[in-house]
Ligand binder design. Structure first.
Ligand code: OAD
Length: 241
C-alpha cells in the first residue's frame, strides 16, 4: 500500500512528552521547573553559577530515568511511521526533536536528530568530545578525555547557541512533501521557522497540538498527542490511492 507522501519530516516539542510525565517548558508561570530560563539554559547562566546549572540538569536526568517515565502512544506511532517509510522504495523520513529526553529512541525511532542536545550526554568544553552519562556531573567531575575537573557541561543547546545538525535538517525540509509539527509552541527559532521553509518548498504542513497556535500551517489538528498522533499516522499508513 502506498503512502500519500514520499518524504516526511516531523518536528516534535515538549508537548509530545507531556503525557509521559515530563513537564513542558512554557508553563503558565513562565518558569522551567521553578527556574528562570536565563538561569539554567544560557551559557551566561552556566558561567555565573555552574553548580546550580549542573544540579538542574542532574535532576532532569534523574527524573528521566525514573521507571514511570516511558514513551507514550505518540512516540510509538512516529516509530511506526518511520518503519512504514523504510519499507517503501524511494520514501524518506526524518524525525527532528527539540526534546532532550530519550523517549523517541526508546519507542524505536532511529532516523532521529536531537537539535537541542540530549540529557543523557555530556560534552568536554576543551575537546568537544561527547560522552554518554546516566549519573550526576558537577564542577569536580574529572573529564575522561582530558583528565581534568571542570571541563564538562551538559550536552544541551542553550539559548544563544546554534542548534545541532541544521544542515541536515534544512536539506530535509527543502525536500519534504509532508511536514508535521507536534507539541511545540513555535516560540523558539530556528525550529519555529521550519514550517515556513517546508511550505515555501511545496510541502503540506500540519500542526498537531493540544492548543492550536496561530502559525500558518495548512492543517491544524487539536488534541492530546497520545490520541491525535496515532490517529493521524494510521490515516497515512492505511491510505488507499
Ligand atoms: P513549549 O513548552 O514551549 O510548548 C509545548 C507545546 O506543547 C505547547 O504548544 C502546548 O500546547 C503543547 N502541548 C502540551 N501538552 C500537550 C499534549 N499532551 N499533546 C500535544 N501538545 C501538547 O515547548 P517547546 O515548543 O518544545 O529549548 O519549546 C521549544 C524549546 O524551548 C525547547 O526545546 C527548549 C525550550 O526553551 C532549549 O532548551 C534550547
Amino acid at each position: 500500500m502506498s503512502l500519500p507522501y514520499r518524504s516526511i519530516v516531523v518536528l516534535t516539542g515538549a508537548g509530545i512528552s507531556a503525557e509521559s510525565g515530563i513537564q513542558t517548558f512554557r508553563a503558565a508561570d513562565g518558569l522551567w521547573e521553578n527556574h528562570r530560563i536565563e538561569e539554567v539554559a544560557t551559557p551566561e547562566g552556566f558561567a555565573a553559577n555552574p553548580v546550580l546549572v549542573h544540579n538542574f540538569y542532574n535532576q532532569r536526568r534523574y527524573q528521566l530515568l525514573q521507571n514511570h517515565i516511558r514513551p507514550n502512544p505518540a512516540h510509538t506511532a512516529l516509530a511506526k511511521l518511520e518503519y512504514a517509510c523504510s519499507q517503501r522504495p524511494d520514501h524518506e523520513f526524518l524525525l527532528v526533536t527539540q526534546n532532550v529526553d530519550n523517549l523517541h529512541e526508546r519507542a524505536g525511532s532511529e532516523h532521529l536528530v536531537h537539535m537541542h542536545g540530549e540529557l543523557l550526554k555530556m560534552r568536554c568544553m576543551v575537546t568537544e568530545l561527547v560522552f554518554d552519562i546516566r549519573d550526576s556531573i558537577n564542577v569536580d567531575t574529572v573529564c575522561q578525555c582530558c583528565q581534568q575537573p571542570g571541563n564538562l557541561r551538559p550536552h544541551i543547546v542553550w539559548f544563544g547557541e546554534i542548534p545541532l545538525a541544521m544542515n541536515q535538517i534544512t536539506a530535509a525540509l527543502q525536500r519534504c512533501d509532508l511536514f508535521l509539527a507536534i507539541g511545540t509552541s513555535g516560540q523558539v527559532y530556528p525550529a519555529a521557522g521550519f514550517n515556513d521553509i517546508a511550505r515555501q518548498h511545496g510541502a503540506h504542513t500540519v500542526e498537531l497540538n493540544l492548543q492550536t497556535t496561530t502559525a500558518p500551517f495548512d492543517q491544524h489538528i487539536r488534541g492530546p498527542a497520545s490520541q491525535v498522533v496515532p490517529q493521524f499516522v494510521d490515516s497515512l499508513i492505511n491510505h488507499t490511492s
